[in-house]
Design a protein. Structure first.
Length: 586
């Protein structure tokens, strides 16, 4: 093996790792909805968690990434430690899919149909289809599919390049001695662990081992301990991700390490016994790519079969190794580790945004109650909720901007844009709640009061604002387009109510039925209630726009206000429902 072979090997390895990364990211974007669905099915059941971990890892092609996400879930309180254990076990099986894909490069047959299964035969076609989809299609889904095909083709090309570069090593005595050395099981485990910890991917390290297998110098006796070590080395990523996390997240990372160390130790002992007693001939045979893939799968399945019934033991073990903190820990609403999977990070953003929406709505309802009777406890609660919505807007805005900067799918990008718009509206709703509270406190402190007629009119407007708040909240929380379509007609009625109430109050001022101070408070109340309705309209408009795939809110609102039979019917219904009493003097 000369200098040029070494350069070729380096280039092949680079293309291999790059192709794996690109393909995994594109697969994750393409499967965003399915990943969210899988997350929603997580339960404490062993099989459900196991299958979830297997499926997610098979999609994103990395057990390390899955485990990092699990650490983030546990750190955020999205998943219990027991659920994490089951998912981590499934991830170890899911990661074996890559090795089977890579084993296709070892197909060798004179049959034309069998030859078509060889990557060298079909990857050029996949690359051609991929580049056409990527360069000439506008659809984000088609571009992602093109990226997947290009990533797979690059991965396979890198694999073939590595295999071709190392072929000459079969004649190098030092290389032969190296793999004779790895027949020592302990050294093999250490070599596999170190290599995988460096490149932080067991799938990639298994692929490198498969590439080296073409030399004929890698026996099963050397390959199997290396595979065992690779499972230990892949824990490095999760352990690093747990730094700075809470105790349960540290425990989840430690579960991953304990699971692989215990499983490797047990089956290494069994391997050594079998090697000494029964099957030395097979272990001395050169390993093939398919054989390495099979060994990788069998080992991971055996580890899971061994440790799945011991999930409770693993939980008690890590609880003892990482004891409870003396002070209660505060879980972050949004964990940076979840950014490793954009679809799941976005789902977490939705949940936090839902909490923000409920908090803002609660603050506004509390403020309306304060207009009828303000207490110190109610005032403190409203201000606390407003501060909470400010906090939510700050962390969500920052997190969503960081998420949007990543390569995410078209649907996820639209959802992120919707959330960014809506959280601003809910933050303003909470601000108006505090404004209403301050008006109520001012009237209480100055001993001001509205006339009975004015109080009745304000009650009509308050009920209309309460309904529009509920409709917009339902539209957002449930993606309810019917509720969203009912918001704009009611907002138009509220605009009219505001003008009518302003006019009626001016007439009362002219008749000397109320004071200037009361008039100022009245004007402030009308403004805050009407603007709250405007923000509810924006929220419902964003829900409708996202469903239509159109984020031009102003155009959507103009279209809604231009009429239409359904709009006019609802408008007249709300006009009658919230009509002012014509019998009252004004």
């Amino acid at each position: 093996m000369d200098l040029f072979d070494a350069l070729t090997l380096t280039g092949g390895l680079s293309l291999f790792l790059f192709g794996m990364s690109v393909m995994g990211q594109a697969l994750e974007r393409r499967a965003g909805d399915q990943l969210r669905s899988l997350l929603g099915k997580l339960t404490s059941g062993r099989i459900a968690g196991l299958l979830t971990g297997l499926a997610v890892t098979a999609v994103i092609q990395s057990s390390s990434a899955t485990t990092v996400m699990v650490v983030g879930f546990v750190n955020s309180g999205l998943m219990t430690l027991r659920q994490a254990i089951n998912v981590i076990m499934g991830a170890n099986i899911g990661t074996t899919v890559t090795a089977w894909l890579l084993s296709l490069t070892g197909i060798d047959s004179g049959n034309v149909f069998v030859q078509l299964l060889k990557p060298a035969s079909f990857t050029p076609v996949l690359a051609l289809i991929g580049i056409v989809l990527y360069m000439f299609c506008r659809s984000a889904k088609k571009k992602d599919m093109g990226t997947i095909l290009l990533g797979f083709a690059t991965l396979m090309f890198g694999m073939e390049t590595m295999s071709g570069a190392v072929t000459g090593l079969r004649e190098v005595p030092a290389f032969q001695q190296l793999f004779l050395l790895f027949k020592n099981p302990v050294l093999g485990v250490l070599a596999g662990a170190v290599l995988t910890a460096i490149i932080q991917s067991s799938s990639a390290s298994v692929g490198i081992l498969q590439a080296l297998a073409v030399t004929g110098q890698v026996s099963y006796g050397a390959a199997i301990p290396i595979i065992m070590g690779q499972n230990i080395g892949t824990c490095a990523t999760a352990m690093l991700s747990s730094v700075g996390a809470n105790k349960n997240a540290k425990r989840a990372a430690l579960v991953h390490l304990s699971f692989n160390v215990i499983g490797s130790a047990v089956w290494l002992a069994v391997f050594c016994l079998l090697r000494e007693a029964f099957i030395p001939a097979l272990l001395n045979a050169p390993a093939s790519r398919v054989g390495i893939a099979a060994a990788h799968t069998v080992f991971n399945v055996l580890c899971t079969v061994l440790m799945l019934p011991l999930a409770g033991f693993l939980e008690r073990l890590v609880n003892r190794l990482v004891p409870d903190a003396q002070r209660p820990e505060v879980r972050p609403e949004l964990d940076e580790r979840l950014l490793a999977s954009a679809p799941i990070a976005l789902e977490r953003c939705r949940e936090v945004a839902f909490d923000m929406a409920r908090t803002a709505a609660s603050a506004l309802n509390g403020a309306l109650a304060a207009l009828r009777g303000c207490t110190p406890e109610l005032a403190a609660s409203i201000r606390e909720q407003e501060e909470k919505t400010d906090h939510y807007e700050d962390i969500l805005g920052t997190y969503l901007v960081r998420l949007s900067a990543r390569q995410i799918g078209e649907a996820d990008s639209a959802e992120a844009a919707k959330l960014l718009k809506i959280i601003g509206d809910y933050e303003r709703v909470a601000d108006h709640a505090v404004n209403l509270l301050e008006s109520a406190e001012e009237m209480r402190d100055k001993k001001l009061r509205f006339t009975d007629v004015a109080a009745a009119e304000l009650d009509v407007l308050s009920r209309a604002v309460t309904e529009i708040l509920e409709l917009s909240l339902t539209a957002f929380l449930e993606d309810d387009l019917n509720a969203a379509s009912m918001v704009e007609p009611l907002e138009q009625v509220i605009d009219q109510l505001k003008e009518q109430l302003r006019t009626r109050h001016i007439l009362r001022l002219q008749r000397g039925e109320c004071t200037i101070d009361v008039g100022f408070a009245w004007s402030d109340l009308l403004t805050d209630l009407e603007r709250t309705a405007d923000h509810c309209s924006n929220i419902a408009g964003c829900v409708i726009d996202t469903a239509r795939g159109n984020m031009n809110l102003h155009r959507s609102l103009r279209e809604a206000r231009s009429g239409g039979e359904a709009f006019l019917t609802r408008f007249h219904q709300y006009s009658r429902k919230y009509a002012l009493d014509p019998a009252q003097p004004h």
